[in-house]
Design a protein around this ligand. Structure first.
Ligand code: LRH
Ligand code: MN
Ligand code: MN
Length: 384
């Protein structure tokens, strides 16, 4: 398979929440024409696929994307040439979860949180989604607030109940985050904890690596390599961080890190759709227009992938085996320093797409159309 073919079959999943209004705790800057409901979010995501050709799935977040009829929502997506990807549960916006959800000291609250996940599994059945994605806000702010160990035991039991409810084609994908909203101790702070829970659950439990969820200086590509070795890298939530969980566009803060991550992926043969790694975005576009922001992000992932594919694997192994430190480093840097934009333009043209997706989107008039049509749009995204 040529590099061209590998790039052509790569897919990137888009988050429905990227299309709604978002902001910081200081201010949400409302943009005109934003989606008023999940149907419109999917329509906007379909635009990204239309101009990039590599973004055919949309993740939903429940209850942000609550609708009466999920069969109908899936049919709407199919009509626009996309499908429903991961279903994200949400246990971080309900007062009952102040002290935790799946780890809460009260059995009643844990039961409620498990029931929410069963509801998400029903959404998966209706939409054809195969990934149930869990991220928990659970954790402690103060030493002594609760037993760290008891919370792990409760978490294991709750996850077991959810995992048991999955259909055979479903996966449970478990995300970690080192801090926030809890500041002393998150219940799933790191990949090791996520992995231990996944190993206890079974083969269809995999780890989600959100690139924004690590301490500064963390070697993320090491984690990628380790999870791939264990066969447990289920998905990425791609975004950029400068300081914490910034959710900025992937490849904006550190395109070299993104390249290094994709280099591990390519070296392990994990780019193939059959490898089971779901390449998702998890971003917000607080001040930039959302659809072009997503197009730019998809292109950034494609560029990092194309560069990773350019690494001369034979030359690299030769240099590594010979102990040629600078030679090996040079092979990797040569690939990184190659301008792959002409190659990707060529790829798009070969697929009948415009070589410049952002220009093509701008020329389409879609942005003006949604501003005119979606009058009185409510915030649909974070918190709605
Ligand atoms: C948590 C997180 C998680 C949520 C998303 C909205 O910080 O990364 O993936 O579902 O943000
Ligand atoms: Mn995430
Ligand atoms: Mn996050």
């Amino acid at each position: 398979m040529t590099h061209f073919d590998e790039l052509a079959r790569q897919t990137i999943e888009l988050p429905s929440w990227a299309f709604g209004n978002s902001g910081t705790r200081f201010k949400v800057f409302a943009q005109q024409g934003v989606p008023r409901n999940p149907y419109e979010k999917i329509a906007d995501a379909a635009q990204v696929h239309r101009y990039t050709g590599v973004a055919p799935r949309v993740s939903l977040h429940i209850p942000w994307d609550l609708v009466d009829d999920y069969d109908d929502l899936a049919a709407h997506a199919a009509g626009l040439g996309v499908s429903i990807g991961a279903i994200n549960s949400n246990v971080f916006q309900d007062d009952d979860y102040m002290l935790g959800s799946l780890t809460h000291p009260s059995a009643d609250v844990r039961k409620k949180a498990v029931a929410h996940h069963l509801q998400c599994i029903d959404v998966m059945r209706a939409t054809g989604s195969t990934d149930l994605k869990l991220w928990l806000p659970d954790g402690l702010n103060y030493p002594g607030q609760d037993s760290i160990r008891a919370r792990q035991d409760r978490l294991a039991d709750s996850l077991q109940e959810i995992y048991a409810a999955l259909d055979p084609q479903h996966r449970l994908i478990l995300e970690y985050k080192f801090f926030e909203p809890a500041f002393y101790s998150m219940d799933i702070p790191d990949w090791g904890t996520a992995l231990l829970h996944c190993l206890a659950l079974g083969d269809r439990a995999m780890v989600v690596l959100d690139t924004g969820h690590h301490a500064p200086g963390t070697n993320i590509e090491f984690i990628v390599a380790q999870l791939l070795r264990a066969g447990r890298l289920g998905a990425f939530d791609f975004n950029s961080r400068f300081y914490a969980d910034d959710d900025l566009m992937v490849g904006a803060a550190d395109p070299f890190q993104l390249f290094r991550i994709m280099h591990e992926i390519v070296q392990s043969g994990a780019l193939a759709p059959t490898s089971g790694v779901n390449f998702m975005l998890d971003q917000c576009h607080n001040i930039e227009p959302k659809i072009p922001g997503q197009i730019r992000s998809v292109m950034n992932v494609q560029e990092a992938t194309a560069k990773a594919l350019l690494v001369d694997a034979d030359a690299l192994v030769e240099a590594q085996t010979a102990g040629d430190v600078l030679g090996a480093h040079g092979v990797v840097m040569d690939a990184y320093n190659t301008d792959v934009r002409p190659l990707l333009a060529q790829l798009r043209e070969s697929q009948g797409l415009d070589p410049d997706p952002i220009a093509a989107y701008k020329a389409s008039g879609y942005a003006e159309k949604i501003v005119a049509e979606r009058v009185g749009g409510a915030q649909a995204g974070w918190g709605a």
